[in-house]
Design a protein around this ligand. Structure first.
Ligand SMILES: [Zn+2]
Length: 312
């Protein structure tokens, strides 16, 4: 992409993210690029807003979301930076990768939720200031001493894994996770008492139901892997698009392993709509991944984020 002289980026790549930072970046992007549409899809357990941004006026709707898992918050700036790059390209009549931003803008409406789990992210990054919730999280973590606290925390603040909350094989997920010992609220892998009990997963579910998304990407870390399949569903073009994503990112394209193959957002999306849905596992290492990986992660994923639009 052509560089603009004296351009100051809104999206920082060198600071730990919090729900407040996410919110203020969304507002700042909207101030600089008034053609963006912003709003909230709902509120977290602690009442924090879960903001969305949409860009474009086209008929084809897509949905990218990130940070379902607290210690996977590096995925938040990945989506924010993509929105910024796209908005800057559109505002300046430039291309975005190999595409004309203006054509994308007119053909697609891209919805982005950069941080599905604001309470969890704040917990992991030491920015949770409400003592009662912090105490509750410590108590939950104390039941699972093998998981480092707070770095190993993936769940929402109630100790429910937001990507095991969707009504697609939830009973199966429950059976598997209970057998693994996650039978109570936990830092990770607890499915909840039923599907869709948590406000964050409900918000994503409802937001999806009131739109007509042709394709979704759900961002996670880590493993440099693209998961494209749910059960025996085989949405049209789904495999081809997965192969395309694999080519442009260098990531491996795989079927979801059985032990994590149920109750995720992409699982439900594929089951409900029979349209392409992907879990993208970015980066490599131990969560939370260090920010030093960010530039590489963004480079690898730019083609996927753009390619979602180019392929549907
Ligand atoms: Zn994850």
């Amino acid at each position: 992409m052509p560089e603009l002289k004296d351009y100051f980026s809104i999206v920082p790549e060198n600071v730990a993210y919090s729900s407040a930072l996410n919110r203020s970046i969304v507002e700042e992007l909207k101030r600089r690029y008034p053609f963006l549409v912003t709003g909230t899809i709902g509120n977290s357990v602690m009442g924090r807003e879960i903001p969305y941004i949409s860009i474009g006026t086209g008929k084809k709707q897509l949905f990218y979301s990130a940070a379902y898992h607290a210690n996977e918050w590096i995925t938040t700036p990945v989506l924010l930076k993509f929105v910024e790059d796209y908005a800057r390209a559109y505002a300046n009549d430039l291309s975005l990768g190999e595409a004309q931003a203006e054509r994308l803008f007119e053909e697609y409406q891209l919805f982005v939720v950069p941080m599905v789990n604001p309470d969890g992210v704040d917990l992991v990054n030491g920015m949770l200031e409400v003592e009662g919730y912090l105490k509750q999280a410590r108590q939950i973590a104390a039941d699972y001493p093998q998981i480092p606290f707070p770095q190993g925390w993936k769940a929402n603040i109630n100790g429910v894994d937001l990507n095991l909350q969707f009504p697609a094989g939830w009973e199966k997920a429950r059976e598997i996770k209970f057998a693994q010992g996650y039978t109570t609220p936990a830092p990770r892998d607890y499915v909840g008492s039923a599907p869709l009990t948590e406000p964050e997963s409900i918000a994503v579910y409802e937001f999806t139901r009131v739109h007509d998304f042709l394709l979704i990407l759900a961002y996670h870390t880590q493993g440099e892997t693209i998961y494209w399949k749910y059960a025996d569903y085989n949405p049209e073009k789904s495999y081809e698009i997965a192969q395309y994503f694999g080519r442009v990112s260098g990531y491996t394209v795989e079927e979801t392993p059985a032990e994590s193959g149920n109750a995720g957002y992409k699982d439900w999306f594929i089951q409900e709509y029979n349209r392409p849905g992907y879990t993208i596992e970015v980066g490599k290492g131990v969560n939370p991944l260090p920010l030093s990986q960010f530039p590489q992660i963004y480079r690898d994923n730019f083609g996927i984020l753009l390619g979602g639009m180019l392929n549907i």
